[in-house]
Design a binder for this molecule. Structure first.
Ligand SMILES: Cc1cc2nc3c(=O)[nH]c(=O)nc-3n(C[C@H](O)[C@H](O)[C@H](O)COP(=O)(O)O)c2cc1C
Length: 189
């Protein structure tokens, strides 16, 4: 299974990007997580959103279309998602209700140095994805709190309980995404 990883942080040492890398390592043979770099996207501009879209936007749309699912790892910025993440979703969301986001099985994780782990950004992101008809894995949330202390030198999670939770979360997500895809194919027959 091919999962597109989208981190809401452009920071070189982003904890959220590290979380996506940890997810890729944990999933092993079951799935690969390819991370799309949001830094190359321009700001959303409806004047640029015609037939000849900017090349990075075409790359994003193609990456979403060819993925079996999207794994979002979002920081929390001022109690919500970072603007770069909202911007990417805005580009991917058109045409409204029939975009590449529609029906794409997604999952949301977050990392923050705070004790709340970015939970408020997760809530906002779920709401945003409902506007794009993007289903989100129904599961207890995976939040990485105290993210500045959470990773070991090889990029794994220090805390065994968090690592175990993430492993189960990812396995559940991949199984659910596969079932969603099978259901969609069944519906087309
Ligand atoms: C503009 C800005 C706003 C922030 N607001 C919050 C916030 O509301 N809640 C929170 O837990 N952390 C907040 N933070 C701290 C981020 O969680 C922290 O910078 C984190 O490392 C960002 O994720 P990253 O490591 O993936 O870049 C904020 C950081 C910035 C730069």
């Amino acid at each position: 299974m091919k999962i597109l990883g989208i981190s809401g942080s452009l920071r070189r040492n982003s904890y959220n990007r590290r979380l996506l890398q940890a997810a890729d390592a944990m999933l092993g043979e079951a799935a690969s997580v390819h991370i799309f770099d949001l830094a190359k996207l321009p700001f959303y501009d409806a004047d640029l959103d015609g037939d000849a879209k900017p090349a990075p936007v075409r790359e994003l749309l193609q990456a979403i279309a060819s993925a079996d699912g999207i794994l979002f790892a979002t920081p929390e910025y001022n109690y919500s998602v970072p603007g770069v993440l909202k911007n990417a979703i805005d580009w991917a969301s058109r045409p409204a209700y029939t975009s590449v986001m529609r029906g794409k099985p997604s999952a949301i994780v977050s990392a923050s140095p705070s004790t709340l782990g970015g939970v408020r950004a997760q809530v906002h992101l779920r709401d945003i994805l409902s506007a794009t008809l993007t289903p989100v894995f129904p599961s207890p949330d995976f939040l990485l709190a105290s993210a500045h202390k959470a990773f070991d030198e090889s990029g794994g999670l220090v805390d065994a309980a968090s690592a175990d939770f993430l492993q189960k979360y990812l396995q559940g997500y991949v199984a659910w995404a596969g079932a969603q895809a099978a259901g969609a194919q069944g519906g087309q027959r």
